[in-house]
Structures are given as C-alpha cells and as structure tokens.
Design a protein around this ligand. Structure first.
Ligand code: NDP
Ligand code: MG
Length: 389
C-alpha cells in the first residue's frame, strides 16, 4: 500500500467515499483536485492539509486561494493544474475520480510520472484506451480498476494462469430505474426520473448513464481495454440486486464471481491496498437478507446506448471516443431539459457511426478532435430537433 495519495475529483461521490476509505486506512492525502466546488474542497483541505489543491475553474481557484490563505496548501488551476496534481512528486498513488473525458490528461500524466494509478474515470479509458494501456505497459505499471464490475473481474482473475484460460467476462448490470420498460414507455422520461437509481448513490452523469445503460456500454469498452479481452467475449447480464459485481468464465466453464453489498468503498479500498486485503467499513454480505438473486438478458432494443457502444468498440479507432463525447454532450442537454431521453442513444449511435472504422492507436490530438466533433454534432442535432418541435 502506498501511503501518499493524490485524489482527483475529491468533492464527488467517489472522491468523498475515497476519503472515507483513506481515513480508515490512515493514508496521507497530499493532493486534492476538483472542478469548482470550493466550499466542499475548503473543508477537505482543512481536514487533510494537502500540499497541493487543483481547481479546474479559474474563478473558483481564485476564490479558494483567498479563503485558504491561512493554510500551507498551494492552489493551481486549469488543465495544467490538474495534470500537475496527477504527477505531483509528493504523492505515490493517484486515484482519478473526475467525471468525463477531461480525465484522460491527468491519467496519462500520472502514468508518465510513474504513479500507481487507481482509475474510477472510465471515460478516459473509453476514449483513449489504447494510449492509456500502452503508457502503463511500457512502464510496467498496473491500472487498478475502481469501477465495481472491473474490480470484481480483477479480483476473479487473481491466480489465473493467463489470459488464454479465460473464456469470457460477464459484466453484471443493475438495469437502472427503467428495467423492463419498452422503448415507447421511455419517451417522456424526465431528468428527475432518470436520476433515481435503485441501488447506487452516484454523481448525476453516471446516474443518467445507468438509466440509458450507456454506463454498461462504457464499461464493456473499459473492460475490453483493462483485461485485453475483445468485446465479443464480454457478456452483459442484468442482475437487479447488485450483489454479484461481475464474473469470469474460464475455459473449463468454471465461473468465478465476486460478491458483496453494493458499496463503492470496497472496490476503492481494494484498488488502494491491492494485493492486500484489510478490514473495511463496508457491511458484510448476508445472502439470507436477499433470499434470491435474479439474472436477465439485457434489452438492446430499448437501450440503444448499449448496442451503440458494442458497435463502436468493434469498429475501433475513434468510434469509442466519438460515442463517449456524444454521450457527455447529450446527457448535459438532457439534464438541462433540451433533449429527450431517447435521443441520447440515437445520437450516441449516429456520432459513433460517423467515424471511419480504424485499427491501431489514435493520438491524443485525434481523440480530442473526435470528441469535439461528436459534441458539436450532438449540439447541432439538438438545435435542429428543437427547431422542429
Ligand atoms: P461526481 O459528479 O459525483 O463527481 C465528479 C468529480 O469530478 C467532482 O469532484 C468534480 O468536481 C470533479 N471534476 C469534474 N470535472 C473536473 C475537471 N474538469 N477538473 C477537475 N475535477 C473535475 O461523479 P462520480 O464521483 O459519480 O464519478 C466520478 C467518476 O467515477 C466517473 O467517471 C464515473 O463514471 C466513475 N464511477 C463512479 C461510480 C459511483 O458510484 N459514483 C461508480 C463507478 C465509476 P466539482 O465537485 O468541483 O464539480
Ligand atoms: Mg460500474
């Protein structure tokens, strides 16, 4: 276990739970980073006394500098500040829990600085998987998954003789708040309904991603990169109780699963203590509390995002970056009431298909351009739709 932690996205859902874990483990948090929520960040700075705090938004950074002038914490800003936070010499491990594709830059910065990387920010892997995994491999560094399904698979792979022994990965999905609904029933879904997740308390973006099942599509791509398994060998299984966090099926058809109560502090702690297992604040799993566990096939007709992500990953090249960028833009517009729920999937699919199929490793510049183009496409389409109404 590395003792000095840089926590990016500390004010968010994962960030706050990570601080809870860090408290339990007695870690030192030497770096904190957020976007603009300096009220929460100030409280965190007063408790953890980090050497560095990065605030993406320049105005918020200026406010923070004033309000914590009595402390020894240095405040940096912008993308440059976020990358400085990721590569800061006073931290050994980096937990990247920012939301969105902006997390790609600090992910690369952390690996290039030789940090142990715990990754919650799935968008970085979706958009730049080849690049991220090559940076890690060339330095002999692991990318430790924080996402609960990927942590589960990582745990199920401990002791595996090699990738050849794996037949397939089985990612479980809660199904979100709209499980079992037909497409036509989702036409008038409001942001408030989409933000009501049955099992997990998470940030707004990932909660909407769960409702559209884009989250599972992103996770399929994430798993493919993390474990080097093609998307054809990754199955999705809807499991309403979120107790079986994912599974690995081996060549001999033995299936190994990881179970636990739905509490993100478990995968966060495993990433921070790997390969050790230490006591945690997570409640023990009592299967008799559940009685039975249920499993269903996903409905790709209703949840177009899932289908779109599968296609994007098979297409390769910049298609996943485009799918992710389109989704980020579409979710923001949906939350602002400017795009209907079902349009998210349609636009993700259309944006990914606009990218030519490709093999090989795109550069950061190409990824950023594909992301930008996909967002612009979504905004244009939203305006056209509004005009038609
Ligand atoms: P939240 O929206 O709750 O938090 C996001 C965090 O990122 C906040 O601290 C936010 O700061 C910060 N942030 C956003 N943009 C920037 C930026 N440009 N620069 C610096 N910091 C930034 O999200 P979650 O915690 O739910 O999710 C974080 C990531 O983890 C996502 O990629 C998500 O998919 C993944 N994840 C989350 C799970 C969960 O249970 N929540 C489960 C599995 C994965 P501010 O508060 O100032 O806006
Ligand atoms: Mg997950």
């Amino acid at each position: 276990m590395e003792n000095r932690l840089a926590l990016l996205g500390s004010t968010g859902s994962i960030g706050r739970q990570a601080l809870d874990v860090a408290r339990g483990l007695g870690l030192q948090v030497t770096v904190l980073a957020a976007h603009h929520n300096v009220a929460v960040l100030e409280d965190q700075i007063r408790e953890w006394k980090p050497e560095l705090a990065a605030v993406y938004d320049a105005g918020a950074a200026a406010r923070l500098r004033k309000s914590i002038a009595d402390t020894n914490t240095r405040v940096v800003q912008g993308l440059e500040g976020l990358c400085e936070a990721a590569s800061y010499p006073g931290a050994d491990a980096v937990l990247n829990a920012v939301v969105g594709m902006v997390g790609l830059h600090p992910t690369l910065a952390a690996l290039r600085a030789g940090k142990l990387l715990a990754l919650a920010n799935k968008e970085a892997l979706v958009a730049g998987g080849a690049l991220v995994m090559r940076e890690a491999a060339s330095r002999g560094l692991p990318v430790l998954p924080v996402d609960s399904e990927h942590s589960a698979i990582f745990q199920c792979l401990q002791g595996a003789p090699g990738k050849d022994a794996v037949e397939k990965l089985i990612l479980t999905a809660s199904g979100g708040p709209f499980f079992g609904r037909a497409r036509a029933e989702l036409e008038h879904v409001t942001p408030e309904q989409a933000l009501r997740h049955p099992n997990w308390q998470m940030g707004a973006k990932i909660t909407v991603d769960s409702a559209t099942m884009m989250n599972k599509g992103l996770e399929l791509i994430e798993a493919s990169w993390l474990f080097g398994i093609p998307p054809e060998r990754i199955d999705i299984l809807v499991h309403r109780e979120s107790v079986v966090h994912s599974m690995v099926e081996y060549r001999d058809h033995s299936v190994i699963a990881q179970l636990g109560v739905p509490d993100m502090r478990l995968p966060i702690q495993y990433a921070l203590t790997y390969p050790e297992r230490l006591p945690s604040p997570v409640a023990p799993l009592r299967l008799t509390d559940y009685g039975s566990l249920t499993f269903f096939a996903p409905d790709e007709e209703t949840f177009a995002c899932l289908r779109a992500c599968k296609h994007a990953m098979r297409r390769g090249g910049l298609a996943p970056a485009a799918a992710n960028g389109a989704n980020e833009a579409a979710v923001s517009l949906f939350l602002e009431g400017k795009l209907p729920f079902l349009a998210i999937g349609e636009l993700v699919e259309a944006a990914a298909q606009r990218q030519p199929a490709g093999e090989g490793e795109p550069t950061v510049e190409q990824i950023l351009e594909a992301d930008r183009a996909a967002r612009a496409f979504v905004r244009e389409q939203a305006l056209t739709r509004e005009g038609c109404q």
